[in-house]
Design a protein around this ligand. Structure first.
Ligand code: AP5
Ligand code: MG
Length: 212
């Protein structure tokens, strides 16, 4: 199963991709996570892209395509994968089949812009196991501590109000056009990303099981 998850920053792509990856036993590939791995390890590539990521602009197509092409070669992708945050513009969507083969379904998680800043500014994540929290909507049991592995939670550098607003504008300008691109191909499923996280997971799983 090869899936694409699209949605604005903070729509819940990462949160839901983790659930779908477990349910369908397929790999979860977040290009944002792959890029953040490079910046946190301060690789040559990481140092080149850090300012772009912190400003909320898109990294070049060439860089993300190379990272993705290497990632899908790994064994955990044999049964399929969910792409979270890729493609991000029409050019990436057009090139995608040549990198990973044909996509079966594209799921759009839609959330209106008004809700996004609060979601982003309140997000916390575990740097060790990747578990995601929200200080209000999905808080850890103990303040600032990962409930899965006990590590101290961190906040992403691009999760401040100014950068989130730019990420939203980049989304509308560059990424939203891929919604029509996939609609025209008959691949698009749309799910509301507003409401209870578990309820949204259930709707996503039902919709994808039904589409199989
Ligand atoms: P990326 O890491 O992909 O960031 P993004 O698209 O901005 O999306 P987020 O990860 O911020 O949000 P999400 O939808 O995963 O939401 P989450 O589940 O965490 O990309 C970062 C950067 O990398 C880009 O800006 C760009 O520079 C670069 N990049 C990445 N891919 C690229 C590409 N293909 N090409 C070029 N550049 C690329 O949820 C958010 C919060 O809300 C959490 O706290 C969560 O707990 C909470 N939440 C989730 N669901 C709900 C709910 N139903 N109700 C209430 N709260 C909820
Ligand atoms: Mg994410």
């Amino acid at each position: 199963m090869k899936l694409v998850l699209i949605g604005s920053p903070g729509a819940g792509k990462g949160t839901q991709a983790k659930v779908l990856s477990k349910h369908f036993d397929i790999a979860h590939i977040s290009t944002g996570d792959l890029l953040r791995e490079e910046t946190s390890q301060k690789t040559e590539l990481g140092l080149k892209i850090i300012d772009i990521m912190n400003s909320g602009e898109l990294v070049s197509d060439e860089i993300v395509e190379t990272l993705l092409a290497n990632r899908v070669k790994r064994d955990d992708c044999k049964k399929g994968f969910i792409l979270d945050g890729y493609p991000r513009n029409v050019k990436q969507a057009e090139n995608l089949p040549s990198i990973v083969g044909e996509i079966e379904k594209v799921v759009l998680i839609s959330v209106e812009d008004d809700l996004i800043v609060e979601r982003m500014v309140g997000r916390r994540g575990c740097p060790k196991c990747g578990q995601m929290y929200h200080i209000k909507y999905n808080p850890p049991k103990e303040d600032g501590v990962c409930g899965v592995c006990g590590e101290a939670l961190v906040q992403r550098k691009d999760d401040n109000e100014e950068t989130v607003k730019n990420r939203l504008s980049v989304y509308h300008k560059s990424t939203a056009p891929i919604i029509d691109y996939y609609k025209n191909k008959g691949l698009l499923l749309e799910i509301s990303g507003v409401g209870d996280i578990d309820e949204i997971s259930k709707q996503l799983i039902d919709a994808l099981e039904g589409a199989r």
